[in-house]
Design a protein around this ligand. Structure first.
Ligand code: 9UX
Length: 72
């Protein structure tokens, strides 16, 4: 089972964007770690697949107003 996903995030234009996504993700039940890079437009998220799926994680980021694609 997957426990880490890499997601492309489009639409981040300043460091507050990446920081706010990171802060929000850390509050989501099942998310263990969220590293989000503005420079590479990539998020690496560790999660517990019994509590949340990568699709749900991507949906949360989409709902914040960004565009996501699964990298791996
Ligand atoms: Mo920076 Mo991001 O002013 O939505 S927080 S652009």
């Amino acid at each position: 089972t997957k426990t880490v996903c890499r997601i492309r995030i489009k639409g981040m234009t300043c460091t507050s964007c990446s920081t706010s996504i990171e802060t929000s993700m850390m509050k989501v039940s099942g998310v263990k770690k969220a590293d989000i890079s503005l420079a590479t437009e990539e998020a690496v998220i560790q999660y517990n697949p019994k509590l949340i799926s990568y699709k749900q994680i991507m949906q949360i980021i989409d709902d914040m107003g960004y565009m996501t694609d699964l990298i791996s």
